[in-house]
Each structure stands twice: as C-alpha cells, then as structure tokens.
Ligand binder design. Sequence first.
Ligand code: FES
Length: 105
Amino acid sequence: MRVLNHPILGDETRQFNATIIVDGKQIQAIEGEPIAAALLSAGIKKFRETQKNHKPRGIFCAIGRCTDCVMTVDGVPNVRTCITPVRDGMIISTQKGLGKWGIER
Ligand code: FES
C-alpha cells in the first residue's frame, strides 16, 4: 500500500521507474525509495528466515538498526533493505539464516 494523497505532504507525484526482481518475481518500484518500501507496497512482508528456527522476519525498526530486514541483494547477503535505495534491475532474494554470497536462483 502506498500513501497517494497525504494531508500534509500532498499528492504522490513519483512514477514507477524501476523494476526489481524479488525471488524471481518482477516488481515495479520507484528508484531511490528503500527496498523495504517497495516490497511492502507489493505485499511482501517476509524478508528473511532466522538461522535456527526458520522463523519469518520482516521490517521492524525501519531505521537500519535491528537487521531484521536483511536480504540478499545482487548476491550480497545481509543488506539492510530499510535503508538501501532501489536501483533498476536489482536482484533480491529472501535470506535464509546467515545468507550466502551469490545470486540464488
Ligand atoms: S528494519 Fe531494522 S534494520 Fe531494517
């Protein structure tokens, strides 16, 4: 969900101008917005699984402090998606445990 008409900030004027691939699925996003914002607006809430019990985790602090939102981005694990801006063509995957280097297919 996106806030398209904010009573103080006004109307949303940005357009979708980036496509990211999340677990093999294409998602439209806005270049420069946090990855986590693009995922939440696309209805994705699970960003990673815990190492020991495989429990789902998603956004928590949203300011880059807790690491609950880490995902594998362009083959790099443990990227905090709440503070990492979207770039067109990013390949993102749900991180399992501590994550692995490389793009998971
Ligand atoms: S949600 Fe806490 S670091 Fe991203």
